[in-house]
Write a protein that binds this ligand. Structure first.
Ligand SMILES: NC(=O)c1ccc[n+]([C@@H]2O[C@H](COP(=O)([O-])OP(=O)(O)OC[C@H]3O[C@@H](n4cnc5c(N)ncnc54)[C@H](O)[C@@H]3O)[C@@H](O)[C@H]2O)c1
Length: 395
């Protein structure tokens, strides 16, 4: 993670986070460990919990706690009660800055610890679903401090959501099942940043890709990108593998399970485990559920068909694989580190609400990443600069 390393080296010299307590609710992976080390190098005291019950890499959590004396509350496979106890432990530490991936930390702060929320200087949010929740909280007048929407930085979603989720989602499905993708029909629900990446990679692996959407512009884009587009009620009977990545709820429902082929595989890569209606599937299976492999639950329906759910419907790339590769998290987490520095150095300047990542940070992350990759680009000539800033030259 060369971009994050360069930032960590500067942080170690300048200590922009000196004396600040950071409460982070993120997937506890090796890449997150590098981010936490960068923040500690900048002078921060780190309190970390998981942003998903299945995404923790236990060796990483142990390493941060034992070798770096960070306060870490995360274990892979924790149940919901323990997941929330861990978030509450971070809230109880009284963070000055927050980092969230899905907005669970800010939700607990706001609803259960308004005193602690009052002393937060600001925070960051990593993912699309978290930003949607924060905007809704802002609309309801509940947001008490400024939050920078890291997800919306170009150097985040263009790469992390598209190429990171695109690759790691298929990686999770392959690791969980060892299924051959070539020749299969893969249904991708949602053609946003993540869906585009998954569809593109699935096609590259030789799959026939069907896209489902609710947004006419995105649906049109998928058609022009060469995919079949249809409602889920039609796609359900055709797919061999289903991947939901909408950030929405109830995308795969009872009426879809009712017509799926026997042996169909369903997986989710959207933030929460509500995209696949698992309670409905459980009702249809009446308790007949087997676990043929780790991360695979096979539901046998009354008519004998089976449907295989991967990773309990949670983010499959983090449940069954290792999340995004470090090369892409380098940019997302460089944005995180620089956004926190921005909040620390502009305390009191930003009003409560959701704020964009400053453009200069986005450009800096891209510049550092290109430099790390050894890629050089052109510069505007003086003549070009003048031309682009004037209106007087026409036909
Ligand atoms: N797995 C990961 O590591 C990872 C990484 C980044 C983002 N995410 C999560 O993935 C989800 C999608 O993120 P994104 O950045 O692609 O968001 P996005 O807003 O760019 O795309 C979501 C798309 O889903 C469509 N959609 C909504 N409801 C639908 C429905 N019922 N049927 C079909 N399509 C529907 C929307 O129209 C939109 O085009 C979010 O929950 C986000 O937090 C996961």
């Amino acid at each position: 993670m060369p971009v994050l390393s360069a930032i960590a080296e500067r942080f170690a010299r300048q200590r922009p986070l000196q004396g600040l307590r950071i409460g982070a609710c993120l997937h506890v992976t090796t890449e997150t460990a590098n981010l936490m080390l960068a923040l500690a190098a900048g002078g921060a005291e780190v309190w970390l919990c998981a942003s998903n019950p299945l995404s923790t890499q236990d060796d990483v959590a142990a390493h941060l706690a034992l070798d770096h004396r960070m306060h870490v509350f995360a274990v892979k496979g924790e149940d919901n009660a323990r997941y929330y106890r861990h978030i509450e432990a971070v809230v109880a530490a009284g963070p000055h800055l927050t980092m969230d991936d899905g907005c669970d930390l800010v939700t607990i702060l706001t609803t259960k610890a308004p005193q602690a929320a009052a002393s937060v200087l600001g925070g960051t949010e990593e993912t699309t679903t978290g930003v949607i929740r924060l905007r809704s909280m802002e609309r309801d007048g509940l947001l008490r401090f400024p939050i920078i929407a890291v997800n919306d930085a170009l150097t985040k979603h263009l790469f992390d959501n598209r190429y990171g989720t695109g690759q790691s989602t298929l990686d999770g499905i392959i690791r969980a099942t060892n299924v051959l993708l070539a020749g299969k029909t893969i249904v991708v629900a949602g053609y946003g940043w993540c869906g585009r990446g998954i569809a593109q990679r699935a096609r590259g692996m030789g799959a026939h890709v069907i896209v489902t959407e609710i947004d006419p512009v995105k649906a049109l884009e998928a058609v022009m990108d060469g995919y079949q587009v249809m409602p889920m009620e039609e796609a359900a009977a055709r797919g061999d593998i289903f991947i939901t990545v909408t950030g929405n709820t109830g995308v795969l429902r009872e009426e879809h399970f009712a017509v799926m082929k026997s042996g169909a595989i369903v997986a989710n890569s959207g933030h929460f485990n509500v995209e696949i209606d698992l309670p409905a599937l459980a009702r249809l299976a009446e308790g007949d559920v087997m676990r043929p492999r780790e991360f695979v639950e096979q539901y046998r329906l009354g008519d004998g068909r089976t449907i295989n759910v991967l990773g309990e419907g949670r983010l499959i790339n983090l449940a069954a694989a290792e999340g995004h590769p470090a090369a892409v998290m380098d940019m997302s987490f460089a944005n995180q580190a620089l956004a926190l520095e921005h909040l620390a150095t502009h305390r009191g300047a930003l009003p409560p609400g959701v704020h964009p990542v400053p453009q200069a940070i986005d450009a800096e992350v891209a510049r550092l990443k290109l430099a790390a990759m050894g890629v050089r680009i052109d510069r505007l000539t003086l003549e070009q600069e003048r031309y682009l800033s004037s209106w007087s030259e026409g036909t």
